[in-house]
Ligand binder design. Structure first.
Ligand SMILES: *Cc1c(COP(=O)(O)O)cnc(C)c1O
Length: 472
């Protein structure tokens, strides 16, 4: 008798399990997957022979030829796969090197150095002396992962954190525990009040309207969190006006119910030490904050830290400096370590003849014969289309990528999942799976080249990337 079909109509039975499925599995914040394996060395520039001898890789899905504990360069293909490139290089060995790396992945990786974040924290602490640091970990710690980053900062001694929304506050609270203050910069709104009370988040009160929203709930609660008062001193963004300050400070009942434990303001032009607005804001902050009988006071963001003692008060609120971004116009003074690199694998290389075009809309036309590499990261990973080159927005100042230790320019339009670079001038030919590095120490340059700021490039990086953290 014929066996009945077990599969539903339209299905074709069990699909074979993909061999290399590690990239699809969720990883924890140490970059480990569900079996506790981490990715150290895999697909890295160095051959990962140690990892492949590891007991975790015995048998199972990892038996295949691709996973032999062997240097990729020793694992020669029977015949050169890419002899077109080989012919451009004089020696045969160059051709044979044109192989792929073992176990390489097409998924980009965001490499985050937690040790560098700690070093940056320590450098800021040394600079501000007795003042405390309240770390800005809003927007998922500028895109780097609020949990891992907050824990690192907590480990470095940080006990005050700033986020933008109550939901972000919940994530940070769960990561670091109860022994720290978490302020929510955007201030309270009715829908978020439960989060404030459940996770003991301190709202930053930016207006009289927000004060009222908060009080409606706080007056009924037994243990309402303290608040911060944010005074606007000239930026005209969030914060209490001079009138609002008068209103709150003259109404002792209102003031008492708000129970502020921090008075803060924010600098508009701190990145430029010569801007007279800094001193104006400082004077206004001193005058308005004096109407409240409370310290600590806080004015400086990362750039403000470099404006000198007068700006530090009892708490500074750095963000970008912690994450390796240059905050001021004088890099040399900052003593900041790069923290993040977006690593994109080489997916393909090809030769392009003079006159041919590259990429969408054929925006780039080769003037001479050239070699290009297709990298596996695009605008979905935070490489802005504006970084396309060298026409359009970045005309004349192409954005660069580091490949085999050399800077190579982006050519053609950045695609959703890939970016093309000109490798004609590279000393060696990359292997498939070799990592190209976006950002790193070039973060600020790359941002300026396309008319944006390092903050924006940083925060947009890596939604689809695997994140790997280098321990503090
Ligand atoms: C984002 C933010 C900061 C941190 O700014 P950086 O320039 O990243 O140091 C500090 N204070 C306020 C009010 C902010 O919004």
């Amino acid at each position: 008798m014929k066996k009945p079909f077990k599969t539903a109509p339209g299905q074709y039975g069990k699909q074979p399990r993909p061999r290399d499925d590690h990239a699809a599995k969720p990883r924890d914040d140490k970059g480990r997957d569900d079996k506790g394996r981490d990715d150290k060395g895999r697909g890295d520039r160095k051959p990962a022979s140690r990892d492949f001898k590891n007991k975790d890789f015995k048998g199972g899905d990892f038996k295949g030829k691709d996973f032999k504990a062997k240097d990729s360069r020793g694992d020669k293909p029977k015949r050169p796969q890419f002899d077109r490139h080989g012919s451009a290089k004089p020696t045969a060995s160059k051709t044979e090197r044109f192989t792929h790396k073992q176990g390489f992945t097409t998924r980009p990786t965001l490499r985050i150095n937690l040790g560098a974040i700690k070093a940056n924290y320590d450098a800021i602490q040394a600079r501000v002396g007795n003042a405390k640091i309240g770390a800005s970990v809003k927007a998922d710690a500028y895109g780097l992962g609020a949990e891992a980053v907050s824990r690192t900062l907590y480990g470095a001694g940080c006990r005050t954190f700033f986020v933008a929304t109550a939901g972000e506050g919940k994530i940070v609270r769960e990561a670091i525990g109860d022994n720290a203050s978490i302020y929510v910069l955007n201030g309270p709104a009715p829908q978020d009040l439960t989060l404030y009370f459940t996770y003991t988040l301190k709202p930053v009160i930016n207006s009289v309207a927000q004060a009222r929203i908060w009080l409606a709930e706080a007056d009924r609660a037994k243990h309402a969190p303290f608040t911060a008062l944010h005074i606007d001193t000239g930026m005209n963004r969030l914060g209490l006006s001079a009138d609002d300050v008068g209103q709150l400070s003259s109404n002792s009942v209102l003031y008492k119910s708000l129970a502020p434990d921090l008075i803060m303001s924010h600098l508009a032009c701190a990145s430029d030490a010569n801007n007279p607005m800094n001193a104006e804001q400082l004077a206004r902050f001193r005058r308005l904050s004096a109407q409240f009988p409370v310290t600590p006071l806080s004015l400086a963001n990362s750039a403000g830290v470099h404006l000198g003692r007068d700006y530090h008060f009892q708490l500074v609120r750095p963000g970008i400096s912690l994450y390796g971004g240059q905050a001021t116009k004088k890099v040399a003074q900052e003593d900041i370590h790069p923290v993040v690199s977006l690593m994109a694998p080489v997916l393909q290389t090809r030769e392009v003849k003079a006159g041919e075009t590259i990429g969408y809309n054929a925006t780039y036309r080769a003037e001479a014969d050239m070699k290009i590499a297709i990298l596996g990261a695009g605008y979905a990973d935070g490489i802005p289309v504006a970084a396309s080159g060298p026409s359009g927005a970045s005309a004349g100042k192409p954005s660069f990528v580091t490949l085999l230790k050399q800077r190579v320019p982006i050519v053609g339009r950045v695609s959703m999942d890939s970016t093309i670079v000109d490798i004609t001038r590279l000393a060696a030919v990359p292997n498939l799976g070799d990592w190209a590095e976006f950002r790193g120490e070039n973060l600020t340059h790359d941002a300026n080249a396309i008319g944006t700021i390092n903050y924006e490039l940083l925060v947009r990086l890596g939604q689809r990337c695997r994140r790997t953290y280098q321990k503090a």
